[in-house]
Design a protein around this ligand. Sequence first.
Ligand code: AHR
Length: 484
Amino acid sequence: MSYISIDSQRERGKISKYIYGQFSEHLGHGIYDGLWVGPDSDIPNTNGIRNDVVSALRAINVPVLRWPGGCFADTYHWTDGIGPASTRKRIVNTSWGSVVENNHFGTHEYFELLKQLGADAYINGNLGSGTVQEMSEWVEYMTFNGTSPMADLRTANGHKDPWQVKFFGVGNESWGGGGNMRPEYYADLYRQYQTFINSYDADTPIYKIASGPNVDDYHWMDVLMKNAAPYMDGISLHHYALASAWEDKRPALDFPESEWFSLIKSAQKMDELITKHSTIMDKYDPQKRIGLIVDEWGSWLRAEKDTNPAFLYQQNTIRDAMIAAITLHIFQKHVDRVQMANIAQMVNVLQAMLLTDGTKLVKTPTYYVFKMFTKHQEAIAMDTFDNLSDTTSASVSKNADGYFISLCNFGLSAPDDITVDVDTAIKSVSGTVLRGLRMDDHNDFEHPDEVKSEEFSTTSFQPHQLKAQIPPMSVVTLQVNTNK
Ligand code: AHR
């Protein structure tokens, strides 16, 4: 049994749409075949980008897309990815399987994708192996409006108008694959590099993101905040949910009950991480100007059999839907600090929204959670009084019509009877459910619709009280209309 009480006066703050952000790296089939097939492909595309993928993603309101990495970002030289495709440099993707990267998807193609998705740009720059000049000129190439060497080059490559870069990351995992730096050293480099990221358009200044800690490296956070806080708008945090040790990735399908719970427990750690990192940030930024940017999160499981392990291709089950719902609820609890989050990764990599195989496409259970939660974007997170069962997670936001409640019962067998008290009179309720019957229920190319969202009608209400039964292994959303 669970209980939630909604007091219309108790607001936490606005839920940034950017916490529903995505991440796509040059990794496996995340970009190539997943998003990009090229204009000459038989797969229906617009300017090289898959139509089926864009159409599915538009339904989840992707607000921002982080690119080109991840680890790949610190080896990426942006000039390799501009100009005629046939003359672009072919390089080795040393981060992910040493496969050939033909650079056919570069800056212009990325902005074309953003245009089709209606999403904002989050570019991750190369600090690990790139120069200050290279990073500075990329920003000039993308955003300078007028005559300059880089703006002229952009025009020569077919795009006269500048693009808008909303977010810019200065290096990735600089404590590890991004350069194995000490925090003191990275803090100095961050201060230097960010100096030359010019916001040419004063009306839309670039939001600069420092490479933050790995999981619970509180020392990294402290040193960065102490030495570089005035120069940053955000600092990143990476945390992946693991069912066992990092070196012992567990299967995405056909796993024991213990791994249902160990993966969920690992995802729940996000709450503690945000709380502790925020406490450190508060020391140097009590006004909470600087955002905690969780730009890599999600489940990291064993790559599927007969796939290249370096491509990080994993199936996605109802358990991943639980991970998504629980984590998004945690972000909404911390709206005062979490200004953006980017699940890893959008297509065909780790906890993906979509899986593709040739012309085929599958929407994962995680996709449905993002679809069901779109109403939370830019709504007001409510500070509710909760008494939830041990296996239930919930979040409530206020919108123009009333309240939007999302619930996740990650118990394996018992439904949860939930009562919600509301201080304003309820006029109507509508609901959606995503549920599994087995722990590894999922969609594949032969059975694409095994797990999908459906109407949820088993609710009852009186003017100030709503009751619902949340099935085990399910995510439920309820729109509670109080205004009509
Ligand atoms: O998302 C996969 C990888 O995980 C990223 O490239 C890296 O930043 C992280 O270690």
